[in-house]
Write a protein that binds this ligand. Structure first.
Ligand SMILES: [Mn+2]
Length: 313
């Protein structure tokens, strides 16, 4: 299917993370190797900490061309393509490679393994089967997906296979030091100032087992931070000893769209909280969006859902 395509459009979810962009770029570099014309589109620009990814300039927000094959990576529902959804609707064939628990099932060919810790690891398996040459660039892209989705091999989803894949990618010239350094140890000043606001606004409930923080437009304005700077903030709240479920609610712009990132410790289901509001994700890392209500209302509803989740665990 891939080798026969004249032109492939590669896509991933909005607010892309390391696995989304790492996988999309690895796929693009793989198609280059097979001499298959391809383009990569994404709704958003790359977040600050992923700007180091090789060939990131391949990622555009739009395309003028027609493609006979679409490949979408790391997402479980078409609407998560954001503004790029229509380009994929025009593709006569669609391949999905993903590791989320499916809720919609788009695509003619679905390579989906919810037990895989990262979409990048599924690609790694495919590329090996196809005998693709793992260049240092491809290796770094795939490593980025595996490292970020396993939290640097610290989350429960870290499998022997993911470590073996990482070892192999390292031997191919993948730069794990660069990945860790760029993703985790380099922060824009505005992001650190926003972390200050986030900790300032910390709230606790249920005997300190639930933690959350609310970031409003004025917090973004006064720090100069933007939506992508909220990445990872919720982990700082979950790191509190007593906390089982944590969330960061934010409204970066005046458009009434409120987003929540939710994280939970083992034994607690963050995705159940997100699903209450039409969101989703993984068991311990999920997110959802609120529209048409105030941030105070969203906060009340979210905290109540977190309390229910705690009580039912
Ligand atoms: Mn992923």
């Amino acid at each position: 299917m891939v080798r026969q395509a004249n032109s492939v459009l590669i896509g991933t979810h909005l607010n892309p993370d390391g696995d989304a962009l790492g996988s999309a770029l690895a796929m693009s570099l793989m198609l280059d190797q097979l001499e298959v014309l391809n383009e990569v589109v994404c709704h958003n620009n790359a977040p600050y900490n992923l700007r180091f990814l090789p060939h990131l300039n391949k990622v555009r927000s739009t395309t003028q061309q027609e493609h006979d094959l679409g490949i979408i990576l790391d997402l479980d529902a078409m609407h998560r393509l954001g503004s790029t959804e229509s380009f994929f609707e025009q593709c006569p064939h669609l391949i999905v490679v993903d590791h989320h628990v499916p809720h919609e099932e788009p695509g003619d060919l679905r390579i989906v393994d919810p037990s895989a810790p990262a979409t990048a690891l599924i690609l790694f398996r495919l590329f090996r089967e196809l005998q693709i040459q793992f260049t240092p660039e491809i290796a770094t892209c795939l490593l980025t997906g595996i490292v970020t989705d396993t939290g640097s091999f610290k989350y429960r989803n870290t499998s022997p296979e993911s470590l073996e894949a990482a070892a192999f990618l390292l031997s191919c010239g993948g730069d794990i030091v660069q990945v860790s350094e760029e993703v985790y140890h380099r922060k824009p000043l505005a992001g650190v100032r926003l972390l200050g606001k986030c900790l300032d606004h910390l709230r606790l409930d249920a005997e300190d087992q639930i933690a959350w923080s609310v970031l409003r437009i004025e917090d973004f304005d006064s720090t100069g931070a933007k939506e992508p700077h909220t990445e990872g903030l919720v982990n700082e709240l979950l790191a509190i000893d007593s906390v089982k479920i944590a969330a960061v609610l934010r409204q970066p712009y005046a458009d009434r769209v409120i987003r929540a990132s939710i994280r939970s410790r083992e034994g607690y289901d963050a995705s159940a909280v997100a699903r209450t509001f039409g969101g989703g994700g993984h068991r311990n890392a999920a997110g959802c969006t609120f529209e048409g209500i105030t941030i105070e209302e969203a906060e009340r509803e979210l905290v109540s859902a977190m309390n229910s989740c705690l009580a039912s665990s």
